[in-house]
Design a protein around this ligand. Sequence first.
Ligand code: NAD
Length: 265
Amino acid sequence: MSSHDTHTAAARLAGKVAFVTGAGAGIGRETALVLARHGAKVAVFDLTEADGRETVRLVGAEGNTAQFWKVNVAVESEVKAATDAAAAAFGKLDILVNNAGVTGVDKPTHEIDETEWDAVFAVDVKGVFFSTKHAIPHLKRNGGGAIVNLSSIYGLVGSHELTPYHAAKGAVTLMSKQDAVVYGRDNIRVNSVHPGTILTPLVRELGSRGEGGLDAYLKLMGARHPIGHVGEPADVANAILFLVSDEARFITGAALPVDGGYTAV
Ligand code: NAD
């Protein structure tokens, strides 16, 4: 048996250092917990200090290592400062998960103003750009690494809602492929994941805005996923775990739907 066959769960990311943006809630928090459970030391980056510190506490309660940095991913100076500080604190960087994201206004193109459009792109597109830009020197110094960008099913296909979010997540889909090509020779793999509807604080908030509240929204969205229900943060975190692990060492530039079949229809 090769070492690839004999790894234990804890060894999958043993010795690795991972930065997760937006790790104060939802998919990001679950990703921090899962990566730490599999051996990684995790830097928790989030805008909301209380939530980020709670993620660190939850990781610590499982006997694993995490540290918090307050970062707005839309502000380049904050991203650079936190990235350099976390790389110094943990000694290196192996894994970046660009997870922080916002949905923004739910309006069709002819009703959106420039400020509303820019607000979504600042976080969802420029945030991924800044985080990747400042992680690359550390990943190069490390001799390689893995980046996973959170796009969405809405970065692969259209729908009747959230127009600027579709455009932003579509950009993330292509940024991932482009960076995969450009940094392949540096042994840096870049993939995107495309969650369907995942029950997180973001979706709870979105769902409770509509008629019939959250239950009606989940029923409606669940029916649009061939598997018959919406997903959970762990469904996405486990896909990310695979993509950042050495098991995925020949996978780069891939766009992986984690969507209960939503985009297969
Ligand atoms: P969430 O709103 O539940 O959590 C997002 C976290 O990111 C929060 O802790 C928030 O404080 C943080 N954040 C927001 N803006 C930030 C900023 N500018 N800088 C730093 N941190 C910031 O979101 P979620 O549902 O867990 O989604 C996570 C990612 O997955 C997002 O990119 C989202 O677009 C994507 N996604 C989610 C779903 C879903 O159904 N939940 C589906 C497809 C894609």
